[in-house]
Write a protein that binds this ligand. Sequence first.
Ligand code: SAH
Ligand code: SF4
Length: 396
Amino acid sequence: MTMLPTLPPTVDPAGAAERSRTPRPPRHLADLDLAARREAVAALGERDFRAGQLSHHYFARLVRDPARMTDIPGAARERLASALLPALLTPVREMACDGGATRKTVWRLHDGALVESVLMGYPDRVTACVSSQAGCGMGCPFCATGQAGLTRNLSTAEIVDQVVSFAGAAARGEVPGSPGRLSHVVFMGMGEPLANYNRVIEAVRRLAAPAPEGLGLSQRHITVSTVGIVPAMRRLADEDLAVTLALSLHAPDDDLRDELVPVNQRWKVAEVLQAAWDYAARTGRRVSVEYALIKDVNDQGWRADLLGRLLAPRLAHVNLIPLNPTPGSRWDASAKPVEQEFVRRLRAAGVPTTVRDTRGREIDGACGQLAASEQGRRSADDHLVRSGCRGRKAEQ
Ligand code: SAH
Ligand code: SF4
């Protein structure tokens, strides 16, 4: 491999750069906690208990249409809905696969930015994979989102609304073969969640707060996936949250990780792993180490052995992801026997290892690909026809 990123990735947790370029998304009740919603309702000249009613419709009934909020008088309903329930996400493309159990939506935001979310139904759970940013500034060369760069951070409500929208679909019975209630959220869509720290943490709090303040999900069922921004990982450990941390490692050695994950030029493998172990110690939560297997790049036996030595004594498991090649990429997924040997070596070292279910791949399921193709005005329908809907691979 010869490619080295020319610039180190930019980390802009406060979002100062994007704020100066784009108008902020409209305020929405999901941006506010219940006390702030009461204040906002009072400021509109309405009785403050209306905040609870609105919240109940949005978070418990999963209803956003004011016409269905019949316990609120008509005029007040319109006023409250236009001030606190603006439409944040407009679907521009919906695609389904696996008989409807996997469903992907590309949303247009108020300023035209595109993001995507994936809904996955299983016999025992329904998972939403959500975006935290439009684009991403971390520049991982194998990732479609990284290739497009960062457009802007999402607001708390833009993140929460992706989940609430899918929770509504699940509750309406639109996810066949599943329990019909959204239970899990993974921050594995577009963007680096810890580079949009405050808004992502607020979104997590909203998702976990009991209704009507929030959606009432278990913190443990929320996974924040990070490329390894060490100071933000340490900050996360200090929050009073028990969310699952996923660390996108992709290489056990600095030489290769510097190329695959440019942020490694700033925080090295040893440092990022130490932050992960400290998170595990603080929260008691097992860290999920993500490793996209790339043919002849990071799939050698010696790298599996090195990874095994680093992780074996720790509270961690490895989630191997067969690479989903991005358009025009010179990289490919590892051959199956190579993948199996990688798994065998990790397990022999005592590291629990799974191969990720590649759901939604045929609809450009991985990280930013569908929004990228939408942006490129390539027809997603054509793409679906070309790639077929192959059904999901079983976990090993
Ligand atoms: N920015 C965060 C979360 C979003 S990416 C992160 O990097 O962790 C979610 C996961 O998808 C990460 O583990 C990422 O490395 C992986 N990923 C990105 N592009 C991929 C591709 N083309 N094939 C397989 N996995 C990919
Ligand atoms: Fe950003 Fe994650 Fe893609 Fe890297 S893999 S560019 S951090 S979204």
